[in-house]
Design a binder for this molecule. Sequence first.
Ligand code: CUA
Length: 157
Amino acid sequence: MHKYEKIWLTFGTSALVIFLVILGISAVHQGHSPAASGIETINPEHVRDDARFKEPGLYEAESDEYDYELYFVASAFQYEPREVEIPKGSRVRIHVTTPDVIHGFEIAHTNVNMMVEPGLISKYTANFNKEGEFLIICNEYCGVGHTDMTSLIKVTG
Ligand code: CUA
């Protein structure tokens, strides 16, 4: 092979490799970009392996922005926890995900209303300033047990 041909061949191959690496990097980057836009992804098959959703419930927030973080796992046909007590006046960051199908998460008589999709963590910040019991209901049809799918938030003074 001619010397220059060899140089060009090497150059061409290197350029191709670099190009593929750049493509790979941008693909990886795109895979993570939903987090940057505020939507967090989660592998629906491993919801329970995630420390936050292993024992869903109310936890003191680490950030000053909220008093509590509240984790829920929605699945056919229940929410976990089934009942949760929140001290009146709390600012709560709610996180909900599901391992199976699309569910809803609506706290009756409040503005809290979101869709829960496998693979995503839906979030909502709510202030619980009113004492009482608030029913969480599923407002996306998810199967035979859809109407029984509820949980209860008790806001205590
Ligand atoms: Cu879950 Cu409807």
